[in-house]
Write a protein that binds this ligand. Structure first.
Ligand SMILES: Nc1ncnc2c1ncn2[C@@H]1O[C@H](COP(=O)(O)OP(=O)(O)O)[C@@H](O)[C@H]1O
Ligand SMILES: [Mg+2]
Length: 297
């Protein structure tokens, strides 16, 4: 079964989506892994980063997005079709196969409140957070990794992502406002894990948009490393760089190296990806790699 990792932060703009897409590029393009990306954020940034606006609009018009899955739960319909919704080989690096995507939709904005109310009203509170994991079960075995880009809140969609995840990553810019939210996310994920009756493993804090010359950034990283409530600050950082910002644009790249530039950022992202793989291998036991590994044993 795949290793399922959610990326989550309570603050937007910290480079969460860029991190998720980048991990997929390196997992598939450098380490030869098969990756499914799941975009749970109504901002649809990961979706448009991978398939562009035009193809996303076409998917949305055909209801081939994750929103249809959740609408089905609320409406009692069966419109979601997994095989046609999962977009194949979506990497923007030409010739790179092995990254698939379940697209997001702006429709999630309206569905969020309804799904929360549905969860509260239901006899089985967990049913509403197991929708995504149940839906993906038929294809999960095709992948080595499932990476889930959560919205910047712990609402019903993030809970669906976390419920099927073995572990999670917390991306943060090393500044005061961004790191402020880390204890909140840890508490909420731990509380939700308790509700599920299992640990959702904190794989680490990922430093994003790191500015080498910034003493604030240096000091904040030092503080995070000393903080006993933070399990782990991953050793490789994502530096703030034009090439990494540009990598989030939908464009065609000749190689992963060309996409992430020739100023050390390729190496940083590669090392970070390796660190994430090592953490997941070490901290997620075979049975917790994905929440459903037990169901096939
Ligand atoms: N390491 C980086 N260097 C430069 N720009 C970045 C970097 N990471 C993200 N960005 C840019 O910052 C903005 C927010 O990033 P994004 O990944 O969408 O954040 P989030 O998903 O947390 O809201 C985007 O415009 C993105 O291109
Ligand atoms: Mg985002």
């Amino acid at each position: 079964m795949p290793t399922v990792i959610a990326t989550i932060s309570l603050k937007g703009g910290v480079g969460k989506t860029t991190l998720t897409g980048g991990l997929a590029d390196f997992l598939a393009g450098v380490f030869g892994k098969k990756v499914l990306l799941v975009d749970l954020d109504a901002q649809t940034n990961l979706t448009t980063m991978m398939i562009g606006q035009e193809r996303w609009l076409a998917c949305n018009a055909r209801r081939q997005t994750v929103a249809t899955l959740f609408a089905d739960v609320l409406d009692g319909t069966r419109n979601f079709d997994l095989e046609s919704s999962v977009q194949r080989d979506v990497s923007t690096v030409s010739g790179l196969t092995g990254i698939d995507l379940l697209p997001s939709s702006l429709d999630l904005i309206e569905l969020a409140e309804e799904l929360s109310a549905h969860r509260v009203a239901a006899d089985d509170h967990l049913a509403a957070v197991e929708v995504l994991g149940n839906a993906l079960e038929p294809v999960a075995g095709r992948y080595d990794y499932i990476l889930i880009d959560c919205p910047p809140n712990v609402g019903p969609f993030s809970l669906n992502g976390l419920a099927m995840a073995g572990g999670y990553l917390i991306p943060t810019i090393p500044d005061v406002l961004s790191t402020y939210a880390i204890p909140h996310i840890q508490r909420q994920v731990a509380g939700f894990g308790a509700e599920l009756g299992r640990d959702i493993v904190e794989l680490g804090v990922v430093i994003t948009k790191y500015r080498v010359g910034s003493t604030l950034h240096q000091d904040t990283v030092r503080r995070l490393r000393r903080d006993p409530t933070i399990q782990n600050v991953l050793p490789a950082y994502v530096h703030e760089a034009n090439a990494i910002g540009a990598a989030a644009e939908f464009a065609s790249w000749p190689s992963v190296h060309a996409k992430y530039g020739y100023h050390g950022h390729y190496e940083q992202f590669r090392d970070l990806t390796r660190a994430v793989m090592v953490e997941a291998d070490a901290k997620l036991s075979a049975t917790s790699r994905s929440s459903r590994a037990h169901s096939i044993n």
